[in-house]
Design a protein. Sequence first.
Length: 174
Amino acid sequence: MRRYGIHPKALLFFIFSAVALASCYKEPNFALKPEIEYNSIKKDIRIDQFFGGYKDSVVVSVKFQDGDGDLGLNDAEIAEAIKVNNFNYVIKYHRRVNGKYVEYIPLEPLSGFFPRLKNDGKDGPIEGVLSYTMQFLHAFTPKKDSVKFEISIKDRAGNISNSVETDMIILNQF
């Protein structure tokens, strides 16, 4: 062993230390039903290339935890879910009317899909931040529209997370 410059006792100490450190890591114990927490909402005003005019691009972010990591869909699963509007990122849209926020159901749903977040095929806990973007054309949005969103996510087993509400933002305002 000395030939490579490593003393046998040092090598044993290194191996013992590595094993001890590895055994200190305890995998988190999250519930199988996803849990989310509101993280942020931001809005950018952009020029719409297709329709012309302006649009608001709104990005909502939530922190998530899931015990078995079965969040998100692959392309084939998304294709099947689209047929029946079985969204995994569920959004309820609320507009302020007469000082109160009431649910508004748009012609096209704001809910959508997010891809698989864990691709290794193994069950196990997963956590992180999930961001989702929505577009609002100024031509079809009332001026100074005060809105907020209620968000939940769904895993592949059909478990639906808790709901979180975003902060209020104003659409169609420069």
